[in-house]
Design a protein around this ligand. Structure first.
Ligand code: 5AD
Ligand code: SF4
Length: 445
């Protein structure tokens, strides 16, 4: 039998969102079925996969930069295998650039067909002379069930419930790289969550570009939440991401109704100006958005709210930007991801003539971040002196003398305490310090 140390090694580099993280878990699952074991660097690996993202700024530069570094390793060891996958591969100009400038890449596949990875790998392992094996599907009309995966944590897990997006926000590349919306069958999701819970998972995060449009037969997203909250052993249910255009009252009421549904929502607003929201093709108004926030806070007064905001969308005027600042001030987010608008080739907004100069974008961005951070700190300060329940997540990443965990509202809490709390266990912590991005506290006996 081959010992652990003799086995082939793999390393996966993942860019982007949690959907990509989850896809990487599947790729890791395939590799481990094939006898590979994980290592932390590409230098120590026999095979490296780069799972790419098209959404983040400078995605092309970062990807090709990473490929450049890996090239040196390939030159030293021709048997070293390189695969590239993820959202960028769904863009033809990227695949063309790989063929032309990076012909030493062994495998290219897309977001719709990660299940062909094992076949591609076999082809590469058995070929006599090098060629780039390219298999990218367009559209992606199907949901593939039963792929293996290697989970990163044993107490929490990500579960895809739907794939793709039909919204075509004018700045966004996702509808082109992840294809049309399709949902998994509710019974498959339920089986997966039951299986996870039986294995000790306490928290699941349901994933989809737009989870509210989940439709598994006649089960809608809220129905699914009710079904999953019945699963024994499961303590917390989270989800992301939601679109403000479809948050029905039924879902809002679920926050008041379901103990296991975490009191947290990530609800990207993108802009506080009706005109910008319209030009982004988002289909709501700022009033609609503010009404949803009110209703959520009525249903669950402690709910924590986060958002995504884009600064400097083409044509954004100073007064439209001021509307965004005003909305941020009114909502008082617990946290917000702020983005400088940047062109994604192939999207409608890329061709808008009224692009905003970089310095204007940066100046607005700084004002926005200042406002966002002020609210985050204020909202965290409201926790001072309170005792909160958290799910422990092990050693703090920032401070190795402390342990870390998250509240139901997704607040990160670093805490002191003599007792070591196992990841996945719940405990009570008294909050002693509030920072902008985290809370500090001490374990309550
Ligand atoms: N420019 C800046 N930010 C973008 N996002 C998506 N596309 C762009 C773009 N072209 C942001 C949105 C989205 C988040 C995941 O990324 O705010 O919600
Ligand atoms: Fe992109 Fe809009 Fe779809 Fe979100 S809802 S993935 S921003 S197109």
């Amino acid at each position: 039998m081959t010992g652990q140390s003799d086995s082939k090694k793999y390393h996966i580099i993942t860019f982007g969102c949690q959907m990509n993280e989850r896809d990487s878990e599947t790729l890791a699952g395939y590799l481990e079925e094939r006898g590979y074991t994980p290592v932390d660097t590409h230098e120590a690996a026999d095979l490296v996969l780069i799972n790419t993202c098209s959404v983040r700024d400078n995605a092309d530069k970062r990807f090709f930069g990473t490929l450049g570094q890996i090239k040196k390793h390939k030159e030293k060891d021709p048997d070293f295998i390189i695969g590239v996958c993820g959202c960028m591969m769904q863009q033809q100009y990227i695949v063309d650039a790989i063929k032309e400038k990076y012909p030493w890449v062994d495998m290219v596949f897309g977001t719709h067909n990660i299940h062909v990875f094992p076949e591609l790998l076999e082809d590469v392992l058995h070929e006599q002379s090098h060629s780039t094996h390219i298999n990218v599907w367009e559209g992606g009309g199907e949901v593939v069930e039963g792929m293996p995966y290697r989970r990163l944590y044993d107490y929490k897990a990500f579960v895809n419930i739907m794939y793709g997006c039909n919204n075509f926000c004018t700045y966004c590349i996702v509808p082109y790289t992840r294809g049309r919306e399709r949902s998994r069958d509710a019974k498959n999701v339920l089986e997966e969550v039951k299986h996870l819970a039986a294995g000790g998972v306490k928290e699941v995060t349901l994933l989809g570009q737009n989870v509210n449009s989940y439709k598994g037969g006649d089960v809608d997203f809220t129905d699914l939440l009710y079904m999953l909250s019945e699963v024994d052993g499961l303590e917390r249910i989270r989800f992301m991401t939601s679109h403000p255009k479809d948050i029905p009252d039924k879902l809002i009421n679920a926050f008041g109704d379901l103990d296991k549904l975490c009191k947290f929502i990530h609800l990207p607003v993108q802009s506080g100006s009706d005109e910008v929201i319209r030009r982004m093709n988002r289909h709501y108004t700022r009033d609609d958005y503010l009404r949803i926030i009110d209703k959520l806070r009525t249903a669950a007064p402690d709910i924590c709210i986060s958002t995504d905001i884009i600064v400097g969308f083409p044509g954004e005027t100073e007064s439209q930007f001021a509307d965004t600042l005003d909305l941020v001030d009114k909502v008082g987010y617990d946290s917000a991801f702020t983005f400088l608008y940047s062109i994604r080739p192939g999207t409608p907004a890329a061709k808008y003539p009224d692009q905003i100069p970089e310095e204007v974008k940066h100046e607005r961005f700084d004002r926005l971040v200042e406002m966002v951070n002020r609210h985050s700190l204020e909202r965290n300060q409201a926790y001072l002196g309170r005792t909160v329940e958290i799910m422990a997540e092990g050693e703090s990443k920032r401070d190795e003398d402390r342990q870390a965990g998250r509240t139901d509202g997704f607040k990160l809490v670093n805490f002191d305490g003599d007792e070591q709390i196992r990841p996945g266990e719940f405990c009570k912590v008294e909050i002693t310090e509030a920072k902008t991005f985290s809370l500090v506290g001490k374990l309550v006996k």
